[in-house]
Design a binder for this molecule. Structure first.
Ligand SMILES: [Zn+2]
Length: 198
């Protein structure tokens, strides 16, 4: 298992290839498929990202089979099921790096900023983002709509990191023991580049 620093370097290098249109699509061979099946997975990072079809994590970081323990939800929000899923990856496989990644032009963020009324189970997603949107709006009264959406996207990723750590003994123990680093990030859909937020 790589160190936290090495894991970050893998992601930065893979994202640079992706953004440059120079992806090498590693670890997609039949051999890797069979090895990871027979020997089990050893993912080097866990990522919570949005379900948006333009933000597939393995492609954005140019990784392959067995590399990323990926959980996705609209707006990269985390309820108990999402938190438990991420805990499974971190606990079971000793993953040293957990990332919460938002993206530009996120539909869930826009809905929360607009305060749109929704039906079905969709409010359970948006209701987790609305308090973040309200805080950002209060703190940035001069911000236009596009700027507000972008800042809410950044703030939401940071907020989800804080909530995950606050509510998870598993993550806190690992962080205190120096075995886990948790970071937030923003994926720019146009450039393809990932901005590290902290
Ligand atoms: Zn999204």
């Amino acid at each position: 298992m790589p160190t936290t620093e090495e894991a970050i370097e893998f992601l930065i290098a893979g994202n640079a290839r992706f953004a440059a249109g120079a992806s090498i699509h590693p670890n997609l061979t039949e051999q890797v498929r069979l090895e990871t099946y027979e020997q089990g997975q050893k993912p080097f990072c866990a990522v919570l990202s949005c379900a948006d079809s333009r933000a597939p994590v393995e492609m954005v970081f140019d990784q392959g089979i067995g590399d990323i323990f990926s959980v996705r939800s609209a707006g990269n929000v985390a309820d108990e099921v999402v938190r438990g899923s991420l805990e499974m990856g971190v606990y079971k496989f000793g993953i040293p790096l957990l990332i919460v990644m938002g993206h530009t032009d996120c539909g869930a963020i826009k809905l929360a900023v607009d305060g749109d009324r929704l039906h079905g189970s969709m409010p359970s997603v948006i209701d987790l983002i609305i308090p973040v949107a309200e805080t950002v709006r209060e703190q940035n009264p001069g911000l236009g709509k596009d700027g507000l959406i972008l800042e809410v996207t950044r703030a939401n990723a940071r907020h989800v990191v804080n909530e995950l750590v606050k509510r998870s003994d598993v993550f806190r123990r690992k962080i205190v023991g120096g075995e886990l680093k948790v970071m937030s990030a923003l994926h720019d859909l146009k450039s393809g580049l990932v901005e590290w937020l902290d």
